[in-house]
Write a protein that binds this ligand. Structure first.
Ligand code: S3P
Length: 170
């Protein structure tokens, strides 16, 4: 079994922020699946969606998962919101879900300092109604695939990374 932490959850829940805080505290290398795809494709996620569509992006996610399976261990991997659907997710490491209500996530995103940029880079968050539908469609699937579920609404970042370290890591 690989000793990666595979952090999943809906867009805007704070996976990147959590990964960075984790790395700072525990010195682990972090990998972001969206960043990997952007660097391999040499274009932004938004552009991939626009030029080649969502299905192509999902193929990129699967390629990324295959690469992680073959090449990565002992790392903290922050995943795009749809990455939970790759066929080999459970082989990549311990799957940790950051869980929060749609309202909490929407509030976090829309009150962020760079809220506009945060929403703009996420094609599937361009319409809040559609994003909410997607959230409702996915929420049970996220829970089903996770080895560990962390509800983050009442916790600060420090407590969240401590909990991940204690319960999931190595
Ligand atoms: C997506 C989430 C995004 C990104 C892409 C699709 C999704 O990542 O992978 O826009 O399907 O939920 P974040 O969860 O980091 O926003």
């Amino acid at each position: 079994m690989k000793k990666n932490i595979i952090l999943i959850g809906f867009m805007g829940v704070g996976k990147g922020t959590t990964a960075r805080a984790y790395a700072e505290k525990y010195g682990t290398f972090i990998i972001d699946t969206d960043d990997l795809i952007e660097s391999k494709e040499n274009r932004k996620i938004k552009t991939i969606f626009k030029e080649d569509g969502e299905n192509y992006f999902r193929l990129c996610e699967q390629q990324c998962a295959d690469w992680i399976e073959n090449s990565v261990d002992n790392s903290f991997i922050s995943c795009g919101g749809g990455f939970y659907n790759v066929s080999n997710l459970k082989k990549l490491g311990t799957v940790v879900l950051l869980d929060a209500s749609y309202e909490w996530i929407f509030n976090r995103l829309s009150t962020a300092e760079n809220a506009k940029a945060k929403l703009r880079k996420r094609p599937l968050f361009s319409e809040p109604k559609k994003a909410k539908r997607l959230y409702n469609e996915r929420k049970e699937a996220y829970k089903k695939i996770a080895d560990l579920i962390i509800n983050i609404e009442e916790k600060n970042l420090k407590a969240v990374i401590k909990e991940i370290h204690k319960k999931a890591y190595i």
